[in-house]
Design a protein around this ligand. Structure first.
Ligand SMILES: *Cc1c(COP(=O)(O)O)cnc(C)c1O
Length: 419
């Protein structure tokens, strides 16, 4: 086998395997054939430092048009004054915003990582890299909501420059309004990190961060929003003093190349979501709810029972009694169901818990796009039970999983593509 064949064989192996798995990684999704077609283009070879029509290089007139259109499109959809699609990832979007509104030594507030914060919000991630001190907001471990009263006190006392609202483990909308007064008192910007729920927000099926008082929104473009991997920032901030700071945070402070081939694919995914997003997002919410209820019925400790488990694309399950998140996720992978171990809000942030946390996190977006509905969620809950509770040989369950997945090979919520 030539080296070239090795590479292509591995690609084929991955594609075949992943199309026979039930993928329930909550941060993942699959793009449509149209978005894929818009992604692999000449733009992947190009540079366009700067903003549309203000570039340092020549040869950018077509990307200028597309990027300006994308910026305007997302700003309009989100109800913000500005948007910028250049951040190549959600973490980079967060970094650019943090850089724009803070100096080393400043304080930011965010949730704790076990309560759901992304690593970029924390001392161990981007925030720490920028020399920021993270003060944690108060969180209710039962109801998975921010304790707004206590958190407002924390904000008034800590006087942060930036309050991050948003999470990677996110079951319900998070209270922005309730923090607004405290943030105004200490002149602190609220940034809503929409990475996970951007597709739901775009479709009007989660919460409306700008209406609820956020100043900025950062996001990934590939989680519930089925676009190419990347990020964006939107803002309702001052045009002269603040937005240019955000844009300079992106370039030249962090990025040179912003991976131009993402831009047309992202805009196309936006148009796709404009047409199909409401039905898709509604099905995601129904599927997550159905999965949570079925998992509870099968005997799992599904989190946030008192609130009906979930209003997002995610289900969180406490698997401490079953040995913890690590062995659970590993056993499910042997059955070709792909999930991740996850810290739960009561877990202390230490090495033992990071290695084997209390929970698993299950996401429904990708399987929803492949056409699964509430009935299939019940079948999936049974697969979980067979592996984790009945302790059936995972490789036996795998055969049934692969068979089950055969029926769901085509991506829905997009335009027909003639071969
Ligand atoms: C995934 C995630 C990010 C980071 O996004 P990337 O695109 O992976 O860099 C940031 N914030 C939250 C809340 C996330 O879940």
């Amino acid at each position: 086998m030539s080296n070239r064949d090795f590479v292509f064989n591995k690609i084929n192996e991955q594609e075949k395997w992943r199309k026979s798995c039930i993928n329930m990684i909550a941060s993942e999704n699959a793009t449509s054939n149209w978005v894929e077609k818009a992604y692999l283009t000449d733009f992947m070879h190009r540079y366009a430092e700067g903003t549309p029509y203000h570039r340092y290089y020549r040869g950018t007139k077509i990307i200028d048009e597309l990027e300006e259109k994308a910026n305007k499109f997302f700003a309009k959809k989100l109800g913000s004054t500005f948007a910028d699609v250049r951040p190549i990832a959600g973490a980079i979007a967060n970094m650019a915003v943090m850089r724009a509104f803070t100096q080393p030594g400043d304080i930011i507030t965010s949730l704790s990582v076990p309560a759901g914060a992304h690593s970029s919000h924390s001392k161990g991630g981007v925030a720490g890299l920028l020399g920021l001190n993270q003060v944690k907001l108060a969180f209710n471990n039962e109801t998975f909501e921010i304790d707004t009263d206590l958190s407002s006190k924390i904000i008034r006392h800590a006087r942060p420059k930036l309050a991050i609202v948003g999470a990677s483990l996110i079951l319900f909308p998070l209270d922005i309004k309730g923090l607004r007064d405290a943030c105004d008192d200490v002149k602190c910007k609220i940034i809503y990190d929409a990475a996970h729920v951007f597709g739901l927000i775009f479709s009007g099926k989660f919460q409306d961060p700008f209406k609820e008082g956020a100043d900025l929104l950062s996001t990934s473009t590939h989680k519930t929003f089925p676009g190419p991997q990347g990020g964006l920032i939107a803002g309702n901030v001052n045009e002269e003093s603040e937005w240019p700071q955000v844009q300079r945070g992106i370039f030249p402070k962090i990025l040179s190349n912003h991976h131009l081939h993402r831009i047309p694919a992202l805009l196309l995914a936006g148009y796709e979501m404009e047409e199909f997003g409401k039905v898709y997002s509604l099905q995601i919410l129904k599927n997550a709810k159905a999965l949570a209820e079925a998992m509870a019925e099968e005997g799992f400790g599904v989190c946030a029972e008192s609130r009906g488990y979930t209003e997002s694309h995610q289900v969180a399950v406490d698997v401490r009694k079953l040995g913890g998140g690590k062995p659970a996720a590993e056993a499910m992978e042997k059955a070709d169901i792909i999930i991740n171990k996850n810290l739960l809000p009561w877990d202390k942030l230490n090495l033992a818990n990071l290695t084997n946390p209390s929970g698993i996190r299950i996401g429904v977006p990708e399987m929803t796009r492949y056409g699964m509905k509430e009935g299939e969620m019940k079948d999936i809950a049974v697969f979980f039970k067979r592996v984790l509770i009945s302790k059936e040989e995972p490789t036996k369950v795998k055969k049934d999983v692969n068979n089950f997945r055969k029926e769901f090979q085509k991506i829905h919520f997009t335009w027909e593509m003639k071969k």
